[in-house]
Design a protein around this ligand. Sequence first.
Ligand code: TRP
Length: 332
Amino acid sequence: MDKKPIVLSGIRATGHLHLGNYYGALRNFVDMQNDYDCRYFIADYHSLTTQPDPSLLNGNVRSILAEYIAAGMDPEKCMVYVQSDVPETCEFFTLLNMHAYLGELEKTVAFKDKARKQPNNVNAGLLTYPVLMAADILQHKANFVPVGKDQLQHLEMARNFAVRFNHFYKTDFMVEPRAYEAKGEPIKIPGLDGSGKMGKSEGNCIYINDDDKTVIKKFKKAVTDMTPTEPNSEMNEPVKNLFYFLKLVSAPEVYDQFLASWNDCSIRYGDLKMQIAEDVLKVTRPIRERYEEIYADTEYLNKVRRMGAEKVREVVGKNVEEMRQIMGIKMF
Ligand code: TRP
């Protein structure tokens, strides 16, 4: 059997799955499950660099794991694990640190950003964040990493560490990971506040776990404009955004009908918003219900964690052993 290329990705252990993630990263993860050897983990160590609150962290890891599984990430098809359940990562990280330079770490955009945002907690973990992330990736000998734009610099650093290591030890042990570009047009979920993008920091998210009332309320509050007075007029940004939603979640006939009502100026934004809200709920409601079941099932969640960690530790353990040997850490 042909070996499938290895895909590795980490999921931030803060925040909840929103429509932007759902149609972006998550859709990607799920699409890849069949064609690649996928390994996905919740990056709880990384969260400690900014949010060292024990009960919050544990709860976040739990809800994110449950959300991703509810939304289609399949622990039977891929290795789903929690970063800290694989202690091999720490050893890989320690070894890799010897080839990461202070100068390059200090220059990282994300580091400078965090140092500005939390001046009283510029901890070493923040500085070595990219090394830990590189360890996450390189320990798997991953071929592809699906990452957002904000993580490209970190991925580039992982590539640099890999090349540097191979060069230094005259080996081909490290595999250079590449960014995975999803096929097809990326779906960019707009914000409902008229802004370009739905995002946690923008504070304009519709969460997969929002109940019906909340979703409807959020759509009701969506920014629109005056109703058009001229037939076939140009849409402003917020209205365009609503039509983008409509196209994504509603039936083509429904879309055509609303577009016609825009063009002949008979559109009622209230109806448009309710239509989208209801069709969004058709997508999110079943996921929310599954999520609630999974979240409550401690036994199942722990089983997933144990199964994931076991599979990962087996493959990664071999790689760490090889790295030790290369670096001269071995029995006499
Ligand atoms: N830094 C990533 C983020 O904030 C999460 C992450 C940690 C990650 N380790 C990784 C992503 C390894 C891809 C590969 O989103």
